[in-house]
Design a protein around this ligand. Structure first.
Ligand SMILES: Nc1ncnc2c1ncn2[C@@H]1O[C@H](COP(=O)(O)OP(=O)(O)O)[C@@H](O)[C@H]1O
Ligand SMILES: [Mg+2]
Length: 257
């Protein structure tokens, strides 16, 4: 794929003496969907946080290099990083139940997220429009609802709306469909693919589930024991897995009876 590079990184990350990522490197082209797949505890969330320079809030230390659109993020101040996180990197966490205050209205969540990174007011109709892009109703009744009154699927769509509010060039989604039932999961995966096609936002889609990412990812990186052991398009990962760990993952996938 000869697309323009958006992100390239090499990261080592540890909690105290426990090294979780051992010089993991990767790249993401503009508009690409890359999936990072690994077992539970393999360091996926560590990666999601380290790429946004948030690992210290979880008691970890990350070293290395993260170049986003030509800027070395490791050299930025805290203030500089806040601007990057709001506007250039959108982050979709795993569970709406933990990420959304249930007592706050949808309208307020959108406005607060907007104001965190913009001085000007939100244009009229903007909130309705962004809700439409994640296939949520944009009417007054929905904007007045409290986050706690939404279904899990609606909450996850709202988290995606908040993450794309400022039109980021990169979306990091950490297991964004793991809390959803199979049908809602498929719909939210389609939504990520649609957003990618419509706006060209690159997506780093993190998941423990190889099968669920196969349909939307252009490339899959397999994370195992602190390094990426294999990387390639889904057809190659499924058709000709090379690394023993990748083979084990593919063989462990459920088959239809
Ligand atoms: N704050 C922490 N302190 C110590 N160890 C941690 C901390 N957070 C995560 N870990 C450990 O780091 C490893 C990777 O965790 P994580 O990145 O959350 O994995 P994943 O998201 O792939 O399930 C795990 O072994 C986990 O126990
Ligand atoms: Mg995780």
């Amino acid at each position: 794929m000869s697309r323009e590079s958006l992100l390239s990184y090499t990261l080592t990350a540890r909690y105290g003496d426990a090294v979780v990522l051992r010089g993991v490197s990767g790249t993401l082209a503009r508009g690409e969907i890359a999936a990072l797949v690994g077992l539970s505890g393999s360091g996926k969330s560590t990666m999601a946080l380290a790429l946004q320079r948030l690992l210290q809030y979880r008691g970890g230390v990350a070293e290395g290099s993260i170049v986003l659109e030509g800027t070395e993020l490791m050299g930025l101040s805290g203030r500089g990083m806040r601007v990057v996180r709001g506007r250039r990197i959108g982050y979709v966490p795993q569970s709406p139940g933990l990420a959304l205050n249930p007592k706050v209205r949808v309208r307020t969540l959108l406005q607060e997220t907007w104001r965190a990174h913009e001085d000007r007011r939100m244009e009229p109709g903007f909130a309705e429009n962004v809700l439409g892009r994640v296939q949520l109703p944009g009417d007054r009744e929905f904007l007045d609802r409290h986050a706690g009154e939404l279904s899990t699927g609606q909450g996850q769509r709202l988290l995606i709306a908040l993450a794309i509010l400022h039109g980021p060039s990169l979306l990091i989604a950490d297991e964004p469909t793991s809390a959803l039932d199979a049908i809602t999961q498929a719909a939210v995966l389609r939504l990520f693919a649609d957003l990618n096609r419509e706006s060209g936002t690159a997506i780093l889609f993190i998941s423990h589930d190889l099968l669920s990412v196969a349909g939307i990812a252009h490339r899959v990186d397999i994370l195992h024991e602190g390094t990426v052991v294999e990387s390639g398009p889904p057809t190659k990962i499924f058709g000709e897995p090379e690394h023993p760990f990748t083979r084990a993952l593919v063989e462990a996938m459920p088959r239809r009876p």
